[in-house]
Design a protein around this ligand. Structure first.
Ligand code: AMP
Ligand code: GLY
Length: 443
């Protein structure tokens, strides 16, 4: 079988590696891929971005299955394009992807279907947004309505910070948010301002085939740039799985109060959901669960530790998920914990520098295979913003690598991941030293 993975991040490298482990697979193509997928002999990079062109290429290559990693191609309708030609692809349609691509859509959806989330208002006009903030108390949260790679959210601890965020998002657009279009097809800058929720976050990701739902292992991300959860929000600086904060009781609530009503609501609204569905949860001290956000894809970096723990053949799982047979699948998990530390570029998140040569990487694709044969498969370095240039691996994006390790506890996985982190170097490399701090104290 030939498989196509769309995307270029650490999530896609992990998906491609896991799919390539299946004995059914001949080659996994990754479009466009990165320096890690370029140097793994089971994987092949493909330089096609346009969904229509990808679909034509996939048909001519007889690609049996396509898995979409990031939100942009989903929001652009790649699933609709492939399905219109009868091709097997796992992901939500363009309409269903609005659960992530439009905060205004997802907040209105949650309100309509009684799914627990923070109270909110939506604004296109800065004066009304400022007036609303003045009536509210801090802390308060300001979110750009549109895709912003996880960076369009400001948790304002003071009212002046909230005012500044509104100006920043509605006027300057320094974050490069891809604003959603209004009814006339023109992009409209819009913000959602919402109630601050206190508690501990977790990532709750499920597979949906349109009829059935299958939860993946739980995980927890670290969104802030700096140790101790300080500094600006990022796409995610590290993650681990499982997340002890998701107790069996919290798991049950998340399924009953959030996931199942969301899938039923989408069906009722005439937009049945297929693909990965990621609910960002806020869990309070009493174990009540609210939805912070939906993503229409797996998390990055959550995917890296989650897939290191998955023992089932991911190709079988994806085939079932694209034929309404998820009810026949039982996922097998490694009972160990996994933890991934992101190594980011100088200047990330606002202005990442590219072109720094990376040294000390543990293995290339071929070496990884021999390590696996020797039973040393408990550390993987997944590439994100890297390219292969003249034989060197060079940084090419904000989040550069995710060093991921398995261990008998979160603490042991943490120790093992950092041992490898300490061997890797590039100029300006930044990473958090405390990934897993919540889980390590509980497990
Ligand atoms: P989002 O992209 O909506 O998940 O927001 C990114 C991050 O901002 C979340 O992971 C939280 O850490 C934080 N955040 C978002 N909304 C809220 C909220 N209503 N209350 C507290 N923190 C929030
Ligand atoms: N790590 C958070 C996300 O993928 O949205």
């Amino acid at each position: 079988m030939k498989i196509l993975v769309i995307g270029s991040g650490g999530r896609e490298h992990a998906l491609a590696c896991k799919l390539a482990e299946s004995p059914k697979v001949q080659t996994v193509f990754v479009a466009p891929g990165n320096g890690g997928t370029a140097t793994d002999d089971r994987l092949q990079n493909l330089n096609i971005a346009d969904p229509q062109a990808l679909r034509e290429w996939a048909a001519s290559e007889k690609i049996a299955l396509t898995v979409v990693g990031p939100e942009q191609p989903l929001a652009a309708g790649v699933v609709d394009t492939f399905r219109a030609h009868g091709m097997r692809i796992f992901g939500p349609t363009k309409a269903a992807a609005q659960l992530e691509s439009s905060k205004a859509f997802s907040k209105a959806f949650m309100k309509r279907h009684g799914i627990p989330t923070a109270e909110y208002e939506t604004f296109t006009d800065a004066a009304s947004a400022h007036a609303y903030i003045d009536r509210m108390a801090a802390p308060i949260v300001v979110k750009a309505d549109g895709l912003a790679a996880g960076k369009g959210v400001v948790v304002a601890m003071t009212l002046p910070e909230a005012h500044e965020a509104v100006d920043f998002m509605l006027e300057g657009n320094a974050l490069g948010v891809v604003h959603n279009e209004g009814s006339d097809g023109v992009a409209v800058p819009r913000v959602v301002i919402e109630e601050f929720l206190a508690g501990e976050e977790a990532s709750f990701i499920v597979l949906c085939d349109g009829k059935h739902v299958l939860p993946l292992a739980t995980s927890q991300d670290h969104k802030r740039l700096l140790d101790g959860d300080h500094g600006p929000n990022t796409g995610g600086m590290g993650a681990y799985s499982p997340a002890p904060v998701v107790t069996p009781d919290v798991h049950g609530r998340a399924m009953r109060e959030i996931i199942l009503p969301t899938l039923a609501g989408m069906e009722k609204d005439g937009i049945p959901y297929t693909g990965f569905l990621y609910a960002g949860l806020m869990i309070d001290a009493q174990g009540h669960v609210k939805t912070l956000e939906f993503n229409c894809r797996m998390g990055d970096p959550e995917t890296q530790p989650i897939l290191m723990r998955l023992k089932s053949d991911l190709v079988d799982v994806m085939m079932a998920a694209t034929s309404e047979k998820l009810d026949q699948v039982e996922l097998q998990w490694d009972r160990r914990a996994a933890l991934g530390v992101v190594l980011a570029a100088h200047g990330y998140p606002l202005n990442p520098r590219k072109g720094d040569v990376i040294t000390g990487l543990p293995y290339s694709g071929q070496e990884r295979r021999s390590a696996k044969r020797d039973g040393q498969d408990d550390v993987s370095v997944f590439h994100a913003g890297t390219v292969l240039r003249d034989g060197d691996i060079v940084s090419a994006g904000g989040r550069v690598l995710c060093v991921t390790a398995l261990g008998d506890s979160v603490k042991l996985a943490q120790t093992k991941a950092y041992e490898t982190v300490h061997r890797i170097q590039f100029d300006g490399m930044q990473y958090r030293k405390d990934i897993g701090h919540r889980g390590a104290s509980k497990s």
